[in-house]
Design a protein around this ligand. Structure first.
Ligand code: C5P
Length: 397
């Protein structure tokens, strides 16, 4: 049920912190990718190494680190944007109090403030503490603020007492997490919309062993598809050869050549939203050979023909209320050329990426995109997975 979802697990300094390692495992078994942020006091109960080994990601504890490679102090923003759900289990009375007062004195509380995804708080403490006026007040406040709460269970506590305060069973936390994620998708701005996304390169075969292509990894298109699914869209991803493994939240259809992609795009042409991120080859060999061309038979040149401009065709056949988003990759006059394309291809939006900007373009995990609409331009810089979500939110909310 959690397949393809990203869960940020927040661990605070209570005795139940050791159970968070099992919870992480349960989330993974259900198909989620999990990252962990801990408060400094949680590390007194269980080592951050346990969580980094299990999650296969670094664990965020300190806001400030000496490691400049490690996204340093902006990690709380990136991780908050990355997550589909932030689960704080166990959540101590202290962290609960900080959350409802908007404090940001450590990585976990700072990430709560930056989070736009749902946050599930699992308050876990001794019975007397749980029933104290302060905690009762903070729980009511948390609920009013829109945080999801899962009540602790009654039973044997570390203090030796029997009372309400135990971390709920892992199966209850899992079930609640699934419900929150599916409800938030239903409320997403793309809920009920069909979305067609194309990603990756095309291959235009000369003979069975040679082709014309480009270095596209498909990362940007796949990130757009994932973001659209996360915002509630019903996504079909047309995915080019050699691209990354797809996520499981969408219908994925592979393509090889520009002509192949064109046929598949036509089949889904009526989608409410079309995002054309594929790096389609503009040329294909005029003639293809069924068997390998021998070195001695090669003429020394390959005659080319133009491939169909799929996006142009989509612009010509745009249906009512359809939103058409194209991509442009330029080495010079980025904005001017992209604006020309926006008009020429009858697009609603164009995402222009410069091949000369640092950490941008083909293969990179990061990108710099200039989003251009009919009356608005805005720049997005950062991880492709993060800026895709920001771009779609900009367009659709
Ligand atoms: O004109 P240019 O190739 O730069 O336009 C880029 C945009 O057009 C991208 O969205 C790309 O997916 C799309 N495209 C297309 N068919 C082509 C070439 C590009 O749909 N033959």
């Amino acid at each position: 049920m959690l397949s393809g979802n990203r869960i940020l697990l927040g661990v605070t300094g209570g005795i139940a912190a050791y159970k968070s390692a099992y919870l992480l495992r349960e989330f993974q078994k259900a198909g989620a990718d999990v990252r962990v942020t801990m408060t400094p006091s949680a590390t007194r109960f269980i080592g951050s190494e346990t969580f980094s080994a299990l999650s296969r990601h670094t664990v965020a504890v300190e806001v400030f680190t000496d490691n400049r490679q490690d996204e340093s102090w902006t990690k709380h923003i990136h991780w908050a944007e990355w997550a589909d759900l932030f689960v704080i289990a166990p959540c101590t009375a202290n962290t609960l109090s900080k959350i409802v007062h908007g404090a940001s004195d450590n990585m976990l509380t700072s990430t709560v403030l930056a989070a736009r995804c749902p946050v599930l708080i699992c308050p876990t403490m001794d019975g007397e503490m749980y029933e104290s006026p302060g905690v009762t007040h903070n729980l009511e406040k948390a609920e009013k603020m829109g945080y999801h709460l899962l009540e602790p269970e009654s039973g044997y506590l570390a203090s030796g007492l029997e009372a309400v305060g135990r971390l709920p069973r892992l199966s209850s936390i899992l079930k609640k997490s699934e419900t929150i994620i599916s409800e938030s998708r239903e409320k997403g701005p793309l809920s009920g919309k069909s979305v067609l996304v194309t990603a990756g390169p095309t291959r235009e075969f000369i003979d069975p062993v040679r082709y014309i292509s480009n270095p596209s990894s498909g990362k940007m298109g796949i990130a757009m598809a994932e973001a659209a699914a996360r915002l509630g869209g019903n996504v079909t991803l047309l995915k080019g050869p050699g691209t990354e493994k797809e996520t499981e939240r969408m219908n994925t259809v592979p393509f090889i050549s520009a002509y192949d992609l064109f046929e598949k795009v036509k089949r889904h042409q009526k989608a409410d939203i079309v995002i054309m991120a594929a790096a389609v080859s503009d040329f294909a060999p005029s003639e293809t050979f069924n068997s390998k061309v021998k070195k001695e038979d090669a003429s020394g040149s390959i005659p080319l023909k133009q491939t169909p401009d799929i996006l142009h065709w989509l612009g010509d056949h745009k249906t009512d209320h359809q939103v058409l988003i194209g991509f442009a990759m330029e080495t010079e006059n980025l904005e001017k050329n992209a604006k020309k394309k926006l008009a020429a291809k009858n697009l609603d939006w164009i995402c222009a990426n410069s091949l000369v900007a640092e950490n941008s373009g083909f293969q990179n995990d990061e990108n710099e995109i200039l989003l251009i609409g009919s009356s608005e331009t805005k720049t997005f810089v950062g991880q492709k997975k993060v800026i895709s979500l920001q771009i779609l939110r900009e367009i659709f909310t």
